[in-house]
Write a protein that binds this ligand. Structure first.
Ligand code: NI
Length: 187
């Protein structure tokens, strides 16, 4: 039996290399991986996120967690774990504002599919399938992108990205090669 007290993990910020890597599939559901997933869930709530992907804490693995409703559902927590996920269907298009724990203080409008169907494995290695719309759909697409080294600012139209550059540069210049925030002004 596992007896693991979850850790609040350090979030890698824009500029960190792991955020830009293609994450590797999970092949074994060891206690170490399960403990790590506990840490990921714990950290998502500690940092007030609606989702968190393994690369954001420096682990290049195809794992993310989401809970898009806990902050408005009387704080009821219902974390969903997706391992080696794959989208099976995309429907429609909708634009809405996004943020990311790895890009503090940056919020931009991003186009995403309105509805998605995603398949993957849960923390016990069992197959799961979710049909999602609204914030749930958006969170799944945002977190999935992290597994392929894609950040939401990459999806902002070019013209808008020019205005973003300064903010991104500031963020990057206060981040060391491990994504550790070394600046005073941000965060
Ligand atoms: Ni993110």
């Amino acid at each position: 039996m596992r007896n693991h007290k979850p850790n609040n993990l350090h979030i890698r910020l824009y500029g960190d290399k792991t955020l830009r890597e293609i994450a590797k599939p999970v092949t074994e559901f060891t206690d170490e991986v399960k403990n790590f997933i506990d840490d990921l869930v714990f950290t998502m709530y500690e940092k007030d996120g609606v989702g968190l992907a393994a690369p954001q804490v420096g682990r290049s693995l195809r794992i993310f967690v989401v809970d898009p409703f806990w902050f408005n559902d009387e704080g009821k927590k219902n974390p969903l774990v997706l391992i080696n996920p794959e989208f099976k269907e995309f429907q429609g298009e909708v634009e809405s504002e996004e943020g990311c724990l790895s890009l503090p203080r940056i919020f931009e409008s991003v186009k995403r599919a309105e509805k998605v169907i995603i398949k993957g494995l849960n923390e016990n290695g069992e197959k799961v399938r979710y049909e999602a719309d609204g914030l749930f759909s958006r969170a799944l697409q945002h977190e999935y992108d992290h597994l392929n080294g894609i950040l939401f600012v990459d999806k902002v139209p070019k013209l808008k990205r020019i205005f973003l550059k300064k903010k991104l540069h500031e963020l990057q210049s206060t981040t060391d090669e491990n994504g550790k925030n070394i600046g005073e002004l941000l965060l």
